[in-house]
Design a protein around this ligand. Structure first.
Ligand code: F6P
Length: 322
């Protein structure tokens, strides 16, 4: 193996730059030439490449976003798009590829592997934490901390006005950002797609809730089947008009910001392991960290993210949020 390519794809996440840095520095250590593909899969199709040297990744470990840019490519999901990408990979003499992204990225990689024999190794980059084969995806920890910081501020104003706040968080169809951040902010209730939402139960819970706190925070995962924070808040307002209710959608602030120390360290470990995995002839696997150990999961297993939420956490939540 002489030359490898690295790209970021899908939604950006804090820690992607730290991962790119680790890939480049590890590759150089092993005498590899490194090419950055700009704008994810679109960059393969349009042949947008940049050479990456040690200096290209200096002073990026602390920066959010991705220096390689990213995109959600519709063209790559057509056979013509993938064939064009393959043509450019051959033209650039690329012997191995490191894909930093989430579910959609690995689905794309899996599909691509049907026509492309160049090995691909994945690094889990998404704030959603919705991949099997890693305890924490790159960016998840930072996103949770962003939510916690924002909700702490909301709690101040909620407490001053004795208000009920519904705060909607990201996660696509997974509730893992909601669960962990909700525990972290002491939410009165967490509404997640993995747990059936009964708005009537929520109303009873709010009616009977302890009076020790005058403010109440309900965290709502954007993917919940009950239809998002505005819709749930509306239903609650009709049954409990005495509550002074407000809704906040946190949105894309959850994707930005400097990566946490944990994300920087995990990203570095994952990027480092990804290059060594390519050199070790691994292909179509995602690098993850489970119980502090590096491990490898085939793409097809990594993307089956119908995770059961930890029942112990759910039981604890029930007791602590009363
Ligand atoms: O996958 C990351 C994520 O931030 C999800 O949590 C969210 O549903 C989605 O991306 C938003 O995507 P976009 O930035 O394309 O609107």
């Amino acid at each position: 193996m002489k030359k490898i390519a690295v790209f970021t794809s899908g939604g950006d996440s804090p820690g992607m730059n730290a991962c790119i840095r680790a890939v480049v520095r590890t590759g150089l250590y092993h005498n590899l030439e490194i090419t950055g593909i700009v704008h994810g899969y679109e960059g393969f199709i349009n042949n947008e490449t940049i050479p990456l040297v040690a200096k290209s990744v200096a002073n990026i470990i602390h920066r959010g976003g991705t220096i390689l840019k990213t995109a959600r490519s519709a063209s790559f999901f057509t056979i013509e798009g993938r064939e064009k990408a393959l043509e450019n990979i051959m033209k650039n003499s690329i012997d191995g590829i490191i894909a930093i992204g989430g579910d959609g990225t690995f689905r794309g990689a899996l599909e691509f592997s049907k026509i492309c024999s160049v090995p691909i190794v994945g690094c889990p980059g998404t704030i959603d934490n919705d991949l099997i084969g890693t305890d924490f995806t790159i960016g998840y920890d930072t996103a949770i901390n962003t939510v916690v910081e924002a909700v702490d501020k909301i709690r101040d104003t909620a407490e001053s006005h004795d208000r009920l706040f519904f705060v909607e968080v990201m996660g696509r169809d997974a509730g893992l950002i909601a669960l962990r951040s909700g525990i972290g902010v002491g939410a009165e209730c967490i509404i997640m797609p993995e747990k059936k939402t009964d708005v009537e139960d929520l109303i009873k819970h709010l009616e009977g809730g302890r009076k020790s706190k005058s403010s109440k925070i309900i965290i709502v995962a954007e993917g919940d089947e009950a239809g998002g924070a505005f819709k749930i808040a509306e239903q609650v307002k009709q049954s409990l008009p005495d509550y002074d209710t407000r809704v906040t959608i946190l949105g894309h602030i959850q994707r930005g910001g400097n990566p946490s120390a944990m994300d920087r360290v995990n990203s570095s470990r994952i990027g480092f392991a990804a290059v060594e995995a390519l050199l070790d002839n691994k292909k179509n696997v995602m690098v993850g960290i489970v119980n502090k150990q590096i491990c490898f999961t085939p793409f097809e297993n990594a993307i089956k993210h119908t995770q059961q939420l930890d029942p112990d956490l759910l039981r604890m939540l029930e007791i602590l949020s009363l």
